[in-house]
Every structure is written in C-alpha cells, then in structure tokens.
Design a protein around this ligand. Structure first.
Ligand code: XBP
Ligand code: MG
Length: 232
C-alpha cells in the first residue's frame, strides 16, 4: 500500500501487554472487593480473552461458572459494580507505572508524528484505561496526539465486529484503504479487516498461535520497524 494517511492502533496487547499483569489482577481485585471467591488464573484468563470487553467477560464467566449468581435479579447491577471496581484497580496499577509499552511502539508513533501521519485508537477497553496507559507509558500529553479515540461502549458490538473501526474511520473522514491498523489478536484483526483496513499484527503473549490470515504483515513486535517497512 501507499504510505497510510492515518494509523489506527489497538491498545490491549498492541501498545502494551496489559492483560496478564494488568486487567487480570484488576478483575481479581474487584471480585475480592465484592466478596466473590472467583479468581482468574493466567491460563483461564487466556481462554476468557475470547470474550472481548470486560463487562461481557464477567457476564460470560458468571453464566458458565456461577449460574446462581447470574440468575440473581440484581445481576446486571453487580456486573456494572464489578466492572467499575475493576477499572479503578486497573487505572491505579497503570498509574504506578507497572505496564510498559511494547518494543518499537513509541518510535513508530514518533516517526508517524514527524511525517504528519494522523493517529487514532480503536479499542474494546474503557476510555479511562486508554487515557491512563497513554499518560503513564508514552507521555503525559500523549492522549492529545490521537485525533480520534474510539473506546469501550461507544459502539454496542465489540471486536471482532467492525463497528469500532467504522466509528473511527467516520470521525477521521478517511476511507479504510488510506489507513493502517495495528492489532495483536485474531479478534482485533477480524474487526479491522471487516472494516476494510489493511492490518499489521504484532503477536502478543496471549495471541501466539492464533490465525492471522489476511494480515498485511505478522510481526513479533515493532522493534526496528519503520513505517515504510510495515506498510509496504
Ligand atoms: C481488549 C479487551 C478488553 C480488556 C478489558 O481487546 O478485550 O476487554 O481486556 O477492558 P482489544 P475493559 O485489545 O481487542 O481491544 O474491562 O475496560 O472492557
Ligand atoms: Mg488487542
């Protein structure tokens, strides 16, 4: 492809490895705060990642592993409370500087900014998580570098549905073919491809072994990658 006019980044697994030591312990802290004995270990959490979205993941787990709780009349309220607590713990952990960017991410973003290429985010995670991660791991002012941040519940259907990418494209005012998406998972790749966006995959710790058919490139990470190298 020609040089992209915009790069649209996924967040979790792509900008940083946030899942195993970020979202997962935050979910577990939220469960403990609410007196639940649920504990998601690394292996179980890897399987639960098939369900994108934290509220959706909690709901799915309860329906399978704790149907009596899922049948409670206040279950929707419980999911909301658990997720709000989880977000609080996750942001706290990120603000402590516990999650670093993946190799090559900061330099690709810097290169794109020098070249006047527009930046955007398309993620399933909540907006406050994106803001905290960018501030703590990239630069305090870095949320402002992203012209469009599509996150969380702005669209009802989360990845692998194309909705979040279509939402971002509409706000950028660009056709899909003028953009490049960077993703780490099959769910994310399918979302971007369904929106028609050429997509580079940087394989993550939970996504190795997934099927990335259709990706423009499949890389271990962005270390040493120029914009030209990944988009040509
Ligand atoms: C990320 C997710 C998110 C996070 C949790 O997927 O699936 O659900 O694990 O975030 P992707 P919230 O990288 O494909 O966007 O709890 O804030 O929903
Ligand atoms: Mg991801």
């Amino acid at each position: 492809m020609n040089a992209p006019q915009a790069i649209i980044f996924d967040v979790d697994g792509t900008l940083a490895e946030t899942e195993r030591d970020g979202h997962r312990p935050a979910f577990n802290q939220a469960f403990a705060e609410h007196g639940l004995s649920w504990r998601w270990d690394e292996e179980l959490y890897g399987r639960l990642l098939d369900i994108t979205g934290g509220k959706e993941r909690i709901r799915h787990f309860a329906e399978v592993a704790a149907p009596a709780i899922a049948a409670r009349p206040d279950f929707n309220e419980l999911v909301k409370k658990l997720h709000a607590a989880k977000t609080k713990y996750y942001v706290r952990l990120v603000e402590q500087g516990r999650l670093a960017l993946r190799p090559g991410v900061a330099s690709l973003i810097a290169e794109a900014r020098r070249a006047g290429i527009r930046l955007a985010i398309a993620t399933t995670t909540s907006p406050e998580n994106v803001d905290a991660l960018l501030r703590a791991s990239l630069a305090p002012e870095s949320p402002g570098w992203f012209e469009v941040i599509g996150a969380g519940d702005v669209v009802p259907a989360k990845k692998p549905a194309p909705d979040i990418y279509l939402w971002v494209l509409a706000r950028l005012g660009l056709p899909a073919s003028a953009c490049l998406a960077v993703e780490d998972s099959a769910n994310g790749l399918h979302s971007a491809l369904a929106a028609g966006i050429p997509t580079v995959v940087t394989v993550g710790e939970y996504t190795a072994g997934q099927d990335f058919a259709g990706a423009l490139r499949v890389l271990d990470n962005l270390q040493g990658q120029s914009l030209k190298a990944i988009s040509s």
